[in-house]
Design a protein around this ligand. Sequence first.
Ligand code: ADP
Ligand code: MG
Length: 292
Amino acid sequence: MASIFCYWLAWYLTSPVRKLRTASQQLASGDLKTRVVPELGRRTDEIADLGKDFDMMAERIETLLSSQGRLLRDISHELRSPLARLNVAVELVRQRSGKEADEALDRIEREAERMNTLIGQLRTLTLLESGTEIMDKKTIDLSGLVRNISGDAEFESAKRNITVSTELDDNIIIEGSEELLRRAIENILRNAVRYTAEGSEIKISLKRHVSEGKEYALLMVRDHGPGVHENELSNLFTPFYRIAESRDRKSGGMGIGLAITDRAVRLHKGTVRAFNASEGGLVVEIKLPLSL
Ligand SMILES: Nc1ncnc2c1ncn2[C@@H]1O[C@H](COP(=O)(O)OP(=O)(O)O)[C@@H](O)[C@H]1O
Ligand SMILES: [Mg+2]
């Protein structure tokens, strides 16, 4: 009798803790609708109180994040039209002014173009955050896509004497959005080109990979740059996160590129991670399931 009672007691005490634990994991992995009180039934003890507190916290996080998302969406939307009008105005000024204004006007145009790109990135990010499905799904030859993108990177990197070497398995076919995957891969490669040392090598490899009976495409991009400090690695995929040194440097981005990569890959049920290579430089690895 005593052992049955003890068994029951242990179960009674640990089962809500397990539920809380599952709920925390779900919340942490991004399911903001997670609540735990309905799961706990009619308990009235401290664990039930903890459950209520958890739900309040989840509620607050959900509200904060959704208002942040809305804010970004509105900002990126509202900035479009003034920027378009600015471009028209620059053209008008150009027609009416003499040659001496050209340099300044070129500058204005370049900066406006940069702003346009950044706003475009913001829009993509907010779309990805609100969307739960891939809109333009089709069959993609990933090998071809990666070859294509690395060709573009080679063109950009020739200026800094950087070599891009590729090792690509053929015929890796995947269902998904070509546009999103292209952006995901481009963002990583652009970073590699930007951060790798002058005259160094960037290595791109794409391999078929089997783990636990499932087939994956494994894409790795490795550069020979400064790498990223260990405790900042996990933050790289957070929107607007830029490590201190690049924030000081006027190196362009807003810290959105890798966030877009992360969301795009996750929409394809894949994962992306970054780590430092043992001999220095950053490796970014995308793992995509070949059949969803
Ligand atoms: N290959 C890399 N080597 C070193 N640091 C990197 C690399 N890729 C990304 N980072 C760091 O991660 C930050 C976030 O990258 P990203 O999201 O692409 O933003 P952005 O390129 O707009 O700065 C960068 O600001 C940079 O500090
Ligand atoms: Mg970038």
